[in-house]
Every structure is written in C-alpha cells, then in structure tokens.
Design a protein around this ligand. Structure first.
Ligand code: SF4
Length: 726
C-alpha cells in the first residue's frame, strides 16, 4: 500500500536563525527536509544542520523510554516509577541538606524550547533553590549583565539594524557558520553582502580569517585583547570625532566617567598587544563616524575571554555615545509579543544577585557553570547533591580541567539527564528521561526573538508539531510539573495555577487528555497578547511567517521601555569602572609578557551545533577535530598536516592532530569545541567519531571566572604546544 506523503511547514530550532523548513512526512517519519522558499525572512535558505535533521530525529540511539541505571546496567522503567523515585530522592536530599542542594543545568538547545523554562523556573522557585546553572555562563551571560546595568533589564537587548546600516563591525563571531547569537539573522552572508552593495562596510575582527569574512573585510586580532581595541576605539571616537552630545545629554549619564576611564588608550597603545595597526583603527573610527548608521556587534569569541563584560560595556557605549543606539541603521531595541524585558525585572530570580558564599554573581537566573564542580565537590552544608541536566552535555561544553567535572557529576547522589540521547552525562546519571524534539513541539521561535523582538526583519511565525512524539517520550513542561506534583511543590507561587498545571500534566497522556489543550494555550496567550491571531489562524493563514512593521528606531530612549530607575543609560557603572581600573594595566602587561606564547580559541563548524549534532552520521563524517595552526607556528614547532601535537595549559593536557592553515593569526591556535565523545556509549556514531575535548584545557573555580557576569574563561587560553612523541 502506498503511503501518503504530507508536506508540513515549520521552522528550524537548532540555532537562532530559525530558518523556514518544508518537511515531507510519511507515516510519522521524515522523508525529506527542504528550505522553505516562501518563508518571509529566510526565503529558501537553510543550512545542512536543518536539512539533515532527520538523522537526529530518527536516530536508532534515541532514548524512547525513561531509563534507570543499576550498577552499570541500564533498564527501561515506566514514567510512574521514574517520577516517583526521582521525586522521593530529591525530597529526601532537600530535607537533609536544604533546597540549595538541588540544582539544574540547562544547555543552549533548551533555549529553543519556549514553554519548558516557565515550568522549570516554577519548580525550582517553588523548591526555593537558586542553583540554576547553564551554558549561558559559557557563552553569553556577560551581555545580559550589561543590559541590566545599562538599560535596566537583562533582556533589553539591542541588535544591529543590518538592513539599514552603513557600517557593521563584528568581533568574535562567525555568523555565516554558526548563526548569530541573541538576534535572528538567517541568510546572514547575503545580508552582509547587501551592506557592501549599498556602499557600506562590514568588518570582521577575529583571530582567524573566518568563513564569514568572505562577505566583508577581515582584521586579525590577538585573542582576548578586544578590551584594549574597544577602549582605544571609544577613546579615539570621543577625542577626534566627538559624540552625539544632544543624545548623550538627554538620555545618558556618567559620560565624563567613561571619558576619564578611557584616557590614555590611544590607537598606538592598543596596537602593542592587539596586532591591529594604529592607523587601521583610526580609519575604522573615521568610517564609523561618517556612516549614516553604524553598529558594533560582538559574540562568543569575545564573551568567553577574561573581559567579556567590560568588552560588551564598551561596545554598547560606542553604539550609544555615537548616537547609533535606538537609531535606524545603528542598533535597535525590538518589541516582542510581550515586554519580556519589563516582566523579568519583576522576578528577583532573573535580576543579578550576589547571594553565593563566594560573592560570584547569579546573572539572569544562572549561577556560574565554572563553579559547578566546586559546588558539588565542596564540603559545605549547601553543596549540590542532586542535579537535573536538561538538553546539555556540560562535560564537553564547559570548562572541565582534566576531567574534574566528570569526577564531580559521578559523585552526585542524584543525577538526572533529560535529553534525546544517553550522552556522557546520561552515562553517569542515575536516570535518563527522554524528551521531545523540536519537530514534536508546537512553538513560536526563541524567547529573545518572540518575546524581546531581537529581529532585524520583524516577523512572527507559529508551527504546529510536525511529528507525533514516540509514545514513551514526554515534553519537559510535563516532567517538571509531574515532579512538582510528586514533591508537593507549589508552582507559580499560586495554588490555583499550580493545581491547574498539575491537573493538565496528570491527564495529558491519557486517552481523553491528549485531545485537550495543554500549556500550548500559553502560546495562544502570547500571540494574542502581541495583537496577532491565535495559533490555529497563524498556522493556517501565515505558515511561512507574518511580517510585522519595521522597527524605525527612536522608540526606546526617553520612553518607558528604558528600564533603569532614572530612565538614563548608565555609561559608567561603578562596578565596571572599578574593575577596568583595577585590571586593565595588569592585563596589558600580561599581554606584552606573553606575546610570544600561543593562545587557544574555539571554532564553530557548519556541520555541528555544540554537542547536539555529534551523533548524526549525515553531519559528522570526520573521526576527529583538529588543532588549526598558522604556517609560521607549525614551522616553528616542526609539525605538518596530520601530525599529532601535545597541547598543555595550566589546567590540562590533550593530544590532537594538526591542520596547518593561512587562516590563522600567528601565535594563535583554534580547536573546534564540543568534541571529545570518548565514552559516549549511548551515542554510537559520536563514539566512533570522538575527537578531542579542548575544554579539558580550561580552568574552573573562582580564579577562572569573570567576576562581573560569572562567565567561564574559555577563549584566549595560553597554551604550550609541542610535537607529540608517543
Ligand atoms: S542556520 Fe540555524 S536555523 Fe537555519 S537551518 Fe541551519 S541550524 Fe537551522
């Protein structure tokens, strides 16, 4: 009997580009995924990760039932048993050690799940635990900290107006390969090229000549010296070209403090350590000043350095004092379906707090991932003894000096992994709980796109689930709600709402309940709250997305969307100025002293998204990652393509084969991150293509954490490199 093929329209949730997709489905299996040519923004673009997603969706390694580890043996169990045992164990540990003993870790794949955070947050708030960790403190948390201090909310996040800018400078990002972080820009290469076509300039500042550089110009910069470059850029702008005095006076404060802090940072001085000639910096500042609309943007490569918060502060200051913040062609503050930025200011969990014993911050609800091993291995009474890890593989994604995090997770009394696969964390866990894929969820795009409007071409899309989940798989919202029910935790600090959620979860997978609407009604509420049609109408009438009015700018400064207490942008928050003054000269001297040493940075690869695509035979063909070295460094060390090198930092040592390339700046080495699947018994393809985990070279603990945001230091690590002799 021939099967009926259904074509379903959806959007990808592997990265924040959220490209439109057309999925051909037969008998609840994907036959083919193609880019959606009619999608209002991606317009027929999708990368290989999206179009080959069937290899993950239908992987033979996917977990299809809850599993429990007994010794080294894994057994399928029922959901009833899983929830009862996990709930009872967690309750007992909380009774013995207090609520802070129960922690949670979420990966970046969890960011695409719009409903799960509401229920996860409600469970942990109900328990009274603040031990929420995540990969946010490995890649972006510095930005949320700066947004809070400059604009009043971690989620008040400006994005570059790519469609109208005449000058765009991008530091530490390779958007053509990895998508952009914290704003939505499918077809990035084409849109960058369009800037050049209309007479503008796009400049990528990066220690590697990245793939994105083909869409603009490229400047090498010594890793983790962006602070000196940005300080000199801002100072040159102030001294030579002046600032938008009117805008600064009306909407900003502490300009004099900023100006004073930057004194002495000349183009010549930064050139001593960055590798960017003084005249090149001067030319950049001049072009930036002359452009009708200019924007600076930075991402992971800078965020992961030792000065991520200070860098983003200065970058935002440049955008602000030059008059480009909240201006067409500069950087814009979007408007989402709801004003999430305002809402989070009413949630103390989401605002920066200093209630850890070590005075490290909790930013945007996340404690530093680089402290997780310490918090578990500590002998303090409030040490973490129980942890749920959702959609993540922190053993590979986080600093893990010589496998210390493996040791920590192995020592937990309760470790639960919620994932599609039994990855390395799952292997150490007591329970693994099978989650749905994004193909199995009804959804709107990422919260920052949908609820904060970080979207150069504003639009909204809603997609129903493309596939029915396997019968033994559950949504995360359901797991958290059932656990709350089992543990007697009140959700949402509201008995009525809690009872409603628990009742919905109890019946959700019964024969009657599966026909009743669940929390996806909340998505209806979001859409309608934003003045749009509900889910059904969106899916029917606007399956390829609904374009919304353009953001014209001039709708943030001086309005009630600016959320600082006095309505002004703080250009010189006290903590930043004091950190800058205390550290900048010391760091500058360290840079000069270490100028001859090699620094390690990470790379994103087109066929991999963090650890989540590692088990796809369609995407991962090579058996290992490589260390990319410049021709000069390879010659000095005496290695050629394919030779094995030993890389040693203050924290660990790895062996990895070399690729010699003219793409790399001298004294810089790049290793693609999130490899190292050496013990992944539940990821059979990844285990045969293991590669090497470069995060074994990164330090953890308080000395390796950026104090303002809790970010781990994962980029710009000093290493010694030598030929490996077995
Ligand atoms: S660019 Fe991102 S959203 Fe688009 S198809 Fe690739 S992974 Fe998916």
């Amino acid at each position: 009997m021939s099967m009926v093929t259904q074509r379903k329209t959806t959007f990808c949730r592997i990265c924040e580009a959220t490209c439109g997709l057309q999925v051909d489905v037969e008998d609840n299996r994907i036959v083919e995924i193609k880019p959606d040519r009619e999608h209002v923004v991606s317009q027929g673009y999708a990368c290989v990760k999206g179009t080959r997603y069937a290899s993950i969706q239908h992987s033979p390694d996917r977990i299809l039932n809850p599993m429990k580890r007994v010794g080294s043996e894994w057994h399928d169990i029922t959901w009833k048993q899983a929830i009862a045992e996990i709930g009872a164990k967690a309750k007992g540990l909380i009774a013995d050690h207090g609520p802070q003993t129960f922690g949670h870790f979420v990966g970046s794949a969890g960011g695409a799940n719009v409903l799960a955070p509401l229920f996860r947050g409600a469970l942990f708030a109900g328990i009274g635990s603040k031990r929420m960790y995540g990969t946010g403190t490995c890649d972006t948390m510095n930005k949320f900290r700066v947004n809070e201090d400059m604009y009043g909310s971690p989620m008040r996040l400006a994005y570059p107006d790519v469609e109208n800018t005449e000058f765009l400078m991008i530091l530490g990002a390779n958007p053509v390969v990895s998508g952009n972080t914290l704003y939505h820009l499918p077809r990035a290469a084409e849109r960058f090229r369009d800037i050049g076509k209309r007479g503008g300039q796009v400049v990528f500042v990066n220690p590697r000549r990245i793939e994105s550089a083909a869409a603009g110009e490229h400047l090498f910069i010594r890793p983790d010296t962006d602070l000196f470059f940005l300080a000199a850029f801002a100072n040159e702008l102030i001294r030579k070209f002046g600032v938008d005095r009117e805008r600064v006076k009306a909407h900003m404060k502490n300009f004099n403090g900023l100006e004073k802090t930057l004194q002495g940072w000349t183009p010549e001085r930064q050139a001593e350590v960055t590798g960017i000639p003084a005249d090149t910096l001067r030319d950049l500042v001049r072009t930036h000043h002359q452009a009708k609309g200019a924007a600076l943007y930075m991402a992971t490569g800078v965020n992961q350095g030792r000065n991520g918060t200070l860098c983003f502060w200065l970058l935002e200051c440049i955008n602000a004092i030059s008059g480009n913040l909240d201006r067409r062609g500069g950087t814009l503050m979007g408007e989402g379906l709801v004003d999430m930025a305002k809402q989070v200011t009413e949630d103390p969990q989401m605002m920066t707090s200093y209630d850890r014993h070590d005075d490290l911050p909790t930013v945007s609800g996340q404690q530093p991932a680089g402290m997780l091993a310490d918090d578990i291995l500590s002998d303090r009474g409030d040490r973490v003894t129980a942890l749920i890890v959702e959609a993540s593989n922190p053993l590979l994604a986080c600093s893990n000096p010589n496998g210390r995090l493996d040791e920590a997770l192995s020592s937990l009394e309760l470790l639960v992994s919620i994932d599609l696969f039994r990855n390395e964390v799952g292997d150490l866990a007591h329970y693994v709980l099978p989650a749905t894929t994004w193909m199995e969820r009804p959804e709107v795009p990422y919260a920052l796109q949908s609820l904060a409007g970080c979207c150069p071409t504003p639009y909204m899309i809603y997609a129903d689930a493309v596939l029915e989940p396997p019968p033994g798989v559950r949504h995360e919202w359901w797991m958290y709600t059932r656990l709350a029910d089992e543990m007697g935790v009140t959700l949402f600090q509201n008995r009525a709402a809690s009872t409603l959620a628990k009742t919905a979860a109890r019946v959700a997978y019964t024969s009657i309940g599966k026909h009743l609407p669940g929390p996806e009604l909340l998505i209806d509420g979001m859409l309608k709250g934003g003045g749009l049609p509900g889910r059904k109408e969106m899916a029917k009438k606007h399956p390829h997305g609904l374009l919304l009015p353009e953001n014209p700018g001039d709708n943030f400064l001086g309005t009630d969307r600016m959320l600082t207490s006095d309505g002004k942008v703080d250009l010189a928050p006290t903590a930043y100025v004091s950190t800058f003054e205390e550290s900048v000269e010391r760091r500058f001297e360290e840079e000069k002293q270490n100028a001859d040493r090699i620094k390690l940075v990470g790379i994103r690869q087109l066929r991999r998204m963090n650890t989540s695509s590692a088990n796809s035979p369609e995407l991962v063909k090579e058996t290992t990652n490589y260390a990319y070295l410049s021709i000069e460094d390879a010659g000095r060390i005496g290695v050629e393509n394919g030779d094995l090198i030993e890389v040693e930092s203050d924290f660990g040592k790895i062996e990895i084969p070399v690729r010699v390339t003219s793409e790399m700046m001298a004294r810089t080495m790049a290793i693609p991150q999130c490899w190292g699947h050496k013990v992944a018994r539940g990821l059979r393809h990844a285990a045969k293509h293991p590669g090497v985990n470069s995060n074994l070279l990164a330090g953890d603990g308080p000395d390796n954490i950026e104090k303002l945001s809790g970010m781990s230091h994962l980029s710009g690590i000093l290493v010694d490199v030598r030929r490996f002799h077995a």
